[in-house]
Design a protein around this ligand. Sequence first.
Ligand code: PNS
Length: 161
Amino acid sequence: MSIAVYPGSFDPVTNGHLDIIRRAAELFDQVVIGVLNNSAKTPLFSVEERVNILEKATRDISGVKVMSFSGLSVDFAKQCEANAIVRGLRAVTDFEYELQMAQTNRILATNVDTVFLTTSLEFAYLSSTTVKEVAKFDGDISQFVPAFVAEAIHAKMKTAE
Ligand code: PNS
């Protein structure tokens, strides 16, 4: 059975992430989405909220599981018995960071390879940071995230005011 993990912050999940998840689910028998619980960052959504959002957003995709994790992605991959880490590559600007991370991960765990999926062109501009920026100024984020995620973002931003 081929198992891959797809680690990330997913704060919040975007249509670009969902595109990568759908395509990864075609390539692997199981894709475990790993939501990083990073105490060094102050995310918009708690790790539990991000897991719940991802579960709802991916419930129509078979072979996908959502979990949170702390620590190294390679350790999460080992815990899931995965031999691949999936990451999306949007543009050259992503490449340097992703290459460095993939090479470090390969040294840390020689049996875990990173598989890059190039983001579909329609999502090449999209990032969680952009979505939050647009939402902060009450812009229309309906093309960037599923409708229920857009609602959750607006609601969360209202309570933070
Ligand atoms: O969605 P993001 O923020 O681009 O995801 C980054 C993530 C979570 C994949 C990366 O920061 C990560 O793997 N963090 C866990 C610690 C780790 O394994 N770092 C890589 C070794 S350099």
